[in-house]
Design a binder for this molecule. Structure first.
Ligand code: PEP
Length: 248
């Protein structure tokens, strides 16, 4: 068993030399260098990571993908087929920073999901409510709407990451009760939306750190973690991967 899944999201950080040094330091650490760990690097550095990761079981992930499926006049876009071509296995779809800064809505995200699947890759659909949505009690409707893009897709094809927007990069972590309840709801809603009784892989994301990873990952309904800030530091990321490794 590879333990629970951990994907590090480097976001828009790093330069060629620093990224090479970071991935090499991670590969030198046996807590990180194992199956069940992935790294989502900036698109321009994916080929660099692909070559560093060759021979390792650590998988490569992309942070975003074009909504367009076929090659053509889409300046600046990177297709799912291109991500497959440079060795990606996972693709983040609908991260809250994409929704917030690029206005990605359900129609766009549905196209992206289908393109990722058509390229034989695994989409990691990120969902999460803002603080206002949680506080005014509409957060369950919000998450359900965000999950609606999964309609008709087989559960085993997709990973869902629950990332409350108010917990991303803020140091605020959802309580274990909030995480556990939302993951259980997400799994139940996915089964309804996807009309299946297969198991759904759900990750938690939002200020996961070395000191809270074990408690979060010990929750039964949490199948892994999507890690932002802490994935830029070898020791922090290693501690999180170690916590995940003990659990299935
Ligand atoms: C993220 O970017 O997906 C994330 C969870 O970030 P952080 O861990 O920094 O909150």
């Amino acid at each position: 068993m590879a333990g629970k899944l951990v994907i590090g999201n480097w976001k828009m950080n790093g330069r060629r030399e620093a990224s090479a040094a970071l991935v090499n330091a991670m590969l030198a650490d046996s807590r990180i260098n194992r199956a069940g760990v992935g790294i989502a690097a900036p698109a321009v550095y994916l080929p660099l990571l692909e070559s560093s990761l060759s021979g390792s079981e650590v998988t490569l992930a992309a942070q975003d993908v074009s909504r367009f499926g076929k090659d053509g006049a889409f300046t600046g876009d990177i297709s799912a087929a291109m991500l497959a071509d440079v060795g990606c296995r996972y693709v983040l779809v609908g991260h809250s920073e994409r929704r917030q800064y690029h206005g990605e809505d359900e129609a766009v995200l549905r196209d992206k999901l289908l393109n990722v699947l058509a390229a034989g890759l695994v989409p990691v659909l990120c969902v999460g409510e803002t603080l206002a949505e949680r506080e005014n009690g509409v957060y369950k409707d919000v998450i359900r709407r965000q999950l609606s893009v999964l309609e008709g897709l087989a559960p085993h094809q997709v990973v869902v990451a629950y990332e409350p927007v108010w917990a991303i990069g803020t140091g605020k972590v959802a309580s274990l009760e909030q995480i556990s309840a939302m993951h259980a709801d997400i799994k139940a809603w996915c089964l309804q939306i996807q009309k299946s009784d297969a198991s759904i892989c759900t990750l938690y994301g939002g200020s996961v750190k070395a000191d809270n990873a074990e408690a979060i990952l010990s929750i039964d309904s949490v199948d892994g973690a999507l890690v932002g800030g802490a994935s830029l530091n070898v020791e922090s990321f290693a501690m999180i991967c170690k916590a995940a490794d003990k659990l299935v």
